[in-house]
Design a protein around this ligand. Structure first.
Ligand SMILES: Nc1nc2c(c(=O)[nH]1)N[C@H]1C(S)=C(S)[C@@H](COP(=O)(O)OP(=O)(O)OC[C@H]3O[C@@H](n4cnc5c(=O)[nH]c(N)nc54)[C@H](O)[C@@H]3O)O[C@H]1N2
Ligand SMILES: Nc1nc2c(c(=O)[nH]1)N[C@H]1C(S)=C(S)[C@@H](COP(=O)(O)OP(=O)(O)OC[C@H]3O[C@@H](n4cnc5c(=O)[nH]c(N)nc54)[C@H](O)[C@@H]3O)O[C@H]1N2
Ligand code: SF4
Ligand SMILES: [Mo]
Length: 751
């Protein structure tokens, strides 16, 4: 038999490319496996694009270190256990913790890949409810939580993101992001490199603001290299410059009636002039003023920021000011500016109405009193919550798709706290630096055996499409997929039993959602009969029934037969996806602030400007000879968990400390160096390069695979060092609880 092919959306980064998998019989004839992956030229979103990570799909799928069976720790050693037994054991042991100490004694940590799986997006959040805990943590507070807080205050909801309209903009300003390498984040756009080239070809402009001359910066017309950690000050000065020079767009480009707080903003920010922040940012005032003019003067412009603006001391302020610049220059909600995507499974737009608004601190962490933000507590607080005795202590932790021992600051402390905890359960395919501290590991099956739908990332897509990948290979008998693992835990915890049909979870959601919809006069199914609607859903696995419901209730759906529109059957019939067109204006209907308007100058953000002023005026970190550490990503890497694939090893993907020749000469560093940060010291190979500005050094994260108790044979060969061991986790952006990962002060000496 010749090999067959099957389309599959790539789950490995936010670009969500369509792949064509090649599937062949295994040698010896025992079933099939994935032998190849290439870009799917017919995919309606990615049109054939693929990156080196996507191309390793076969290696990832077939990795011999991938766990096939649950591992249960007995007398200190992991023993392979059957599925029913392992799931029952987990529920029994969670019950003991909950019965003794209450639901809040169990923490839940959701890692990055859970944003890419159906299990992580549509089921794992329900696990928190089944546990009865508010101790929810995620990679978000090592990443984009500042953005969520900022848009929460501006637009009223922490999930309402405006993304750059990269296909139509005339001037893209990229601050603290390297999308040519990362393929974009908090903006889902396949083939970012191609889109930046297309921008240049149509005569558009690219400005990159980054202390490193990244691959993205190399494509730029203008590259500004500020001191790390100073983006909020730089952007505040751009805003001050826009006001001072009369560059604010007339009627904010046509959305003036939907925006409040312009005068207050002007008053509060006017003193943060380019001249005042120039030394702190180490960017000449004239360059900041030119940036303001270049954004205001472009027919359309979009300012886009990521990790370098987010995981810093003033992360929320920086993320807020990015959108403030977009708004003041008339670029919010218009083609070529930044726009709010309309995802196919999001509820259909409703008429404008004020919302509840956004606030934080509805509860606080027990030990340090960190405010909850968007329902989460800071990932860096997990260790202290586990360690610190007393009422309300965390006694157990469940992780889903996370490796916080490497990805969060001070992993050694967290590892010790996990060892001391009563129960640690990890839903994860690998025995790695985190899961090796578990009592039970429940491995999801291979990606080829799992269905795929981007329920979250479609909300960030620069063009609307709908695509679904059914499993390419069948599951072995008796093996649950990841949805089944999470759903059965939920059913076990809620007393229904781990042996129940996982689809029951979906039926509960369907019944509750439809009951609410039919009562909502603005719903496309207002006044209909719930049973009739349930009866229209397909006879299919629970996740498909739920997706069918969401799609039919959504902007492009058929409203359960009430209008022409999509059902899930249409999606199944289109293996390369259905294009739903470019982004469209969404104001004011999308706003959920208490005023029903965009709130430009929310109190918590305006209030935090005082802290920024303090930093600017004290010039902290600008002392001669001081060094700041930033991170970087490599094209052939994915955080901490793809170093086990031979095809992604070596070459440029190396765990080296990049340093400018002037700094290296001054410090006499060559070969190996010792880096000392607030959390400890590491010895690393140095790479001297003028791709990084003086005063800044860069080290990638996700390395440090030297723990003998893991099962990552390839990664262990060239382990690298864990950059987060330099960080004690005490530095946070207070408005979002996000760890400072970029702009960490370090000292360096020859080793
Ligand atoms: N210093 C520094 N630290 C950083 C960063 C940085 O830039 N600098 N970046 C931060 C960012 S942006 C992020 S998002 C975090 C990531 O932090 P985490 O999400 O905690 O870590 P990852 O390395 O993404 O690990 C993902 C885990 O998911 C598992 N996994 C993979 N696929 C699946 C699946 O389909 N299902 C399940 N259940 N598990 C799966 C992997 O085996 C691995 O254990 O790291 C953060 N840490
Ligand atoms: N190949 C690959 N792709 C990935 C990942 C991966 O590990 N590898 N991880 C995925 C994940 S989880 C995420 S969140 C995204 C992240 O996507 P990006 O944010 O695009 O990726 P980073 O490489 O972290 O880019 C951050 C940039 O900010 C710069 N920077 C650091 N500090 C500052 C600062 O203070 N100000 C400014 N202006 N710039 C600063 C750094 O030099 C770096 O170039 O990538 C995703 N895609
Ligand atoms: S850019 Fe690469 S890793 Fe990201 S979705 Fe596309 S193929 Fe997968
Ligand atoms: Mo991330």
């Amino acid at each position: 038999m010749t090999p067959r092919t099957a389309p599959r959306i790539c789950p490995l980064c936010e670009a969500t490319c369509g792949l064509t998998l090649v599937v062949d019989r295994r040698p010896g004839g025992h079933g099939e496996h994935v032998t190849g992956a290439r870009g799917d030229a017919e995919d309606v979103f990615s049109h054939g694009y693929i990156c080196p990570k996507g191309a390793t799909f076969p290696q990832l799928d077939n990795d011999p270190d991938r766990l096939e069976m649950p591992l249960v720790r007995r007398d200190g050693v992991f023993v392979e256990t059957g599925w029913d037994e392992a799931l029952a054991l987990v529920v029994d042991r969670l019950r003991v913790v909950i019965d003794t100490h209450g639901g809040s004694a169990v923490g839940l940590y959701l890692g990055n890949p859970s944003a890419h799986t159906l299990a992580g997006t549509m089921y794992a959040p329900m696990l928190a409810r089944a546990l009865g805990t508010r101790n929810v943590f995620s990679a978000g507070t090592l990443d984009q939580m500042p953005k969520q807080a900022a848009v929460g205050y501006l637009f009223g909801h922490a999930g309402t993101f405006a993304v750059p309209d990269v296909d139509r903009t005339d001037h893209l300003v990229v601050i603290g992001a390297n999308p040519v390498v990362s393929n974009g984040s908090m903006t889902t756009a396949a083939d970012f490199p191609g889109k930046l080239n297309a921008l240049r070809h149509r005569g558009g402009r690219l400005t990159v603001i980054d202390p490193a001359r990244t691959r993205t910066a190399r494509l730029a017309d203008t590259h500004i290299a500020p001191r790390p950690g100073t983006d909020a000050a730089l952007l505040a000065a751009v805003v001050a410059g826009l006001f001072e020079e009369g560059l604010v767009a007339d009627d904010l480009g046509g959305i003036g009636e939907f925006v409040l707080g312009g005068d207050e903003l002007r008053r509060e920010i006017a003193d943060l002039t380019p001249e005042r922040v120039a030394a702190y940012c180490d960017v000449p005032a004239g360059e900041i003023r030119r940036l303001a003019r270049d954004i205001a003067g472009a027919p359309t412009a979009a300012v886009y920021g990521r990790m370098g603006t987010s995981t810093v001391e003033f992360g929320t302020l920086g993320c807020w000011l990015i959108d403030v610049v977009n708004i003041l220059t008339g670029n919010l909600d218009r083609p070529g500016g930044v726009m709010f995507p309309t995802a196919p499974t999001a509820p259909a737009p409703r008429p404008p109405r004020p919302g509840k608004g956004f606030r934080t601190g509805r509860w606080r962490s027990r030990v340090s009193g960190h405010p909850e933000v968007a329902g989460e507590l800071p990932a860096v607080a997990m260790a202290e919550e586990l360690e610190t005795t007393g009422e309300g202590r965390l006694h157990a932790l469940v992780t889903v798709a996370g490796n916080p021992v490497l990805s969060a600051p001070d992993g050694a402390r967290l590892a010790a706290a996990l060892d001391a905890a009563e129960l640690v359960v990890c839903i994860d395919p690998y025995l790695n630096e985190t899961t090796r501290h578990a009592d039970v590991i429940l491995p999801p099956p291979r990606p080829s055996q799992s269905p795929h739908f981007d329920a979250v990332l479609n909300n960030l897509a620069v063009r609307a499409t709908v695509r679904y990948s059914p499993p390419v290979l069948p599951l072995p008998d008796g093996r649950p997929d990841e949805i089944g693992i999470v759903a059965r835990l939920i059913l076990g915890l809620s007393g229904v039993g781990v042996d129940a049909d996982p689809g029951l979870v979906d039926e509960q959601v369907i019944a509750a959602t439809l009951a609410k919809e039919v009562r909502d006069p603005h719903s496309p199914v207002a006044g209909r009969d719930v049973d009739e609607l349930v009866g229209m859903l397909p006879d299919a696995p629970g996740h498909r029934r739920r997706l069918d419901m969401m799609l039919r209730l959504g902007a492009y759906g058929d409203a359960f037969g009430a209008r022409d529109g999509l059902t899930f059957a249409d999606v199944l019939a289109a293996p390369h996806g259905i294009d739903l067109g470019p982004m469209r204006p969404r104001l004011p209907g999308i706003l959920r602030t208490a005023s029903g308007k965009v709130e430009l100058a929310p109190d918590p953000l305006v209030g935090d400007l005082a802290r920024l002023r303090g930093a600017v005026d004290s010039g902290s970190g600008t002392e001669p000879g001081s060094l700041l550490l930033v991170g970087r990503r490599h094209l052939r890497s994915n955080n901490s968990w793809m170093h086990n694939l031979p095809a992604l090893r070596g070459g440029t993907n190396r765990c080296t400390l990049q340093m400018h020749p002037q700094d290296a000469a001054r410090l006499g560093v060559d070969g190996m160096a010792t880096v000392r940060g607030p959390g400890g010291a590491l010895t690393v190979p140095v790479e001297i390069t003028d791709d990084i500005r003086p005063g800044v050094v860069s080290l990638p994260h996700g390395w440090g695979h030297d723990d003998a108790a893991t099962r990552l044979a390839v990664a262990a060969d060239d382990p690298g060092v864990n950059v987060n061991a330099l960080n004690d986790g005490s530095r946070l952006d207070p408005l979002s609880g996000t760890a400072v990962l970029n702009g960490l002060p370090v000292e360096i000496a020859p080793a």
